[in-house]
Ligand binder design. Structure first.
Ligand code: UD1
Ligand code: MG
Length: 436
């Protein structure tokens, strides 16, 4: 099968310098969603028709399995597919998708491909209570005879509620016959892809239609409002899938997954957490509210948050506690260790049963290079401590509160670096001087 993805539209209504198809859903460009779906179907050749902002689109999505065709000027959807024809395998049928219709499901497209069976024209259509703006599916005796665009339709045609989603499958040899002969004598002076329906009917080729399981699959994005609406639908779908796997979500409407979230059994996720990249959460772990977790692993029975941030390379073992306003980056924290309050743990290796006191900071960066901090098993780090890396805290060592550690702390000993507490004799608080 060939796949042609139309992505030449400018997307003026997005009011953005970013080409429309690069605007993200769940942190991934819309076009990348469509490409992933096409690949899921086992597409042989994928051709992206680009136009406005095209170079930016190509650079954002480098992939060896794509061919790129520039459409300039943009004279309509029929003209767009015509540009792609030289890239396609004539022996295989062609599926037309849209870079700004990101949530189309592979299951739906598989059904459309079955309907087309290689020799017929198959259209994905949908019934909408409000069909305004769409091309209408005209049928006679139940059979599709043509598609009429809203701007070319008469009142009776405009009353039709079955509309064209734009997604279709056609025999490529037929496209080679039809597309060079399309005309543009219509209200928009465009070469309409939709005109191939009447050409198929004229040839006696069957025209079939299939419907998506959900209307949101075929919704396009033309504005930030529509982008946000599809984002919410996509997030809700992800939340449903997590709950089906047994994850407890405090509120399925208040979770954002922008990547792959893999959860064990009996995971609980409280409201307003954001997951990015690949995140793995072990059995029985609890993610409390307002956490941001990016490319990290949380071990079983651990408790994260509220208000914690795990950045790439954070790897937490079993029963680890990371509390409020604690940031962990590129660090491992082994079983039963705790950093419950107000800390930065970067480029650190922390052993088991370590207590990291409130306000502890690993000073991992000297302005040019990064260094590691090692804290061995059973160490106790007093509050408000700075660990100036590279530095090691030995097994079972204790650091007094307020220590600035610049040299290794020996195992099993108390180390501290702070001025001895004194009381200044005779000291008095200053008092305000009277001005006369
Ligand atoms: C098109 C269909 C209409 C359907 C609707 C569904 C035609 C003639 N009409 O209308 O029946 O109901 O989509 O949303 O096909 N594009 C290009 N190059 C072009 C023109 C468009 O790449 O020269 C791309 C756009 O980027 C967009 C898609 O094709 O992703 C559809 O174009 P658009 O102008 O939105 O089509 P509609 O007029 O909405
Ligand atoms: Mg248009």
């Amino acid at each position: 099968m060939n796949v042609v993805i139309l992505a030449a539209g400018q997307g003026k209504r997005m009011r953005s310098d970013l080409p429309k198809v690069l605007h993200p859903i769940a942190g991934k460009p819309m076009l990348a969603h469509v490409l992933d779906t096409a690949r899921q179907l086992g597409a042989g050749r994928i051709c992206v028709v680009y136009g406005h902002g095209g170079e930016q689109v190509r650079e954002a999505l480098p992939a060896s399995d794509l061919s790129w065709v520039k459409q300039e000027p943009q004279l309509g959807t029929g003209h767009a597919v015509l540009q792609a024809l030289p890239q396609l395998d004539p022996a295989a049928p062609t599926l037309v998708l849209y870079g700004d219709v990101p949530l189309i499901r592979a299951e739906t497209l598989t059904r459309l491909l079955q309907v087309s069976d290689g020799n017929t024209l198959a259209l994905l259509t949908v019934k909408l209570p409000d069909p305004r703006g769409y091309g209408r599916i005209v049928r006679a005796n139940g059979k599709v005879t043509r598609i009429v665009e809203e701007k070319d339709a008469d009142a009776a045609e405009r009353a039709i509620t079955e509309v064209n989603t734009g997604i279709l499958v056609a025999p490529t040899t037929a496209l080679l016959r039809w597309l060079p002969n399309l005309g543009n004598s219509n209200a928009q002076r465009e070469y309409y892809l939709t005109d191939i329906v009447s050409l198929a009917v004229k040839e006696g080729m069957a025209v079939e239609a299939a419907q998506p399981a959900h209307a949101w699959e075929v919704e396009g994005v033309n504005s930030k409002t529509q982008l946000a609406a599809l984002e919410r639908i996509h997030q809700r779908n992800i939340a449903e899938a997590l709950m089906e796997q047994g994850v407890t979500l405090a509120d399925p409407n208040r979770i954002d997954v922008r990547g792959e979230l893999i959860c064990g059994r009996d995971v609980f996720i409280d409201v307003s957490c954001v997951f990015e990249g690949k995140v793995v959460i072990g059995d029985g772990a609890r993610i409390l509210s307002n956490c941001v977790i990016h490319d990290a692993t949380v071990g079983p029975q651990s408790i994260i948050g509220p208000f914690a941030r795990l950045r790439p390379g954070a790897e937490l073992g079993r029963d680890v506690h990371v509390g409020n306003f604690v940031e962990v980056k590129n660090s491992t924290i082994a079983d039963h260790s705790k950093a419950n309050h107000l800390s930065y743990i970067g480029d650190a290796t922390i052993g088991s049963r370590v207590n990291v006191g409130a306000g502890t900071i690993t000073c991992n960066y000297d302005g040019a290079n990064k260094f590691r901090t090692v804290i061995e098993d059973d160490a106790f780090i007093g509050s408000d401590t700075q660990l100036v890396a590279p530095v090691t805290v030995g097994k079972g060592a204790t650091l007094g509160a307020g220590t600035t550690l610049t040299k290794d702390a020996p195992a099993g000993k108390l180390t501290l670096s702070r001025a001895r507490q004194t009381v200044i004799p005779g000291w008095k608080r200053p008092v305000k001087q009277k001005k006369d």
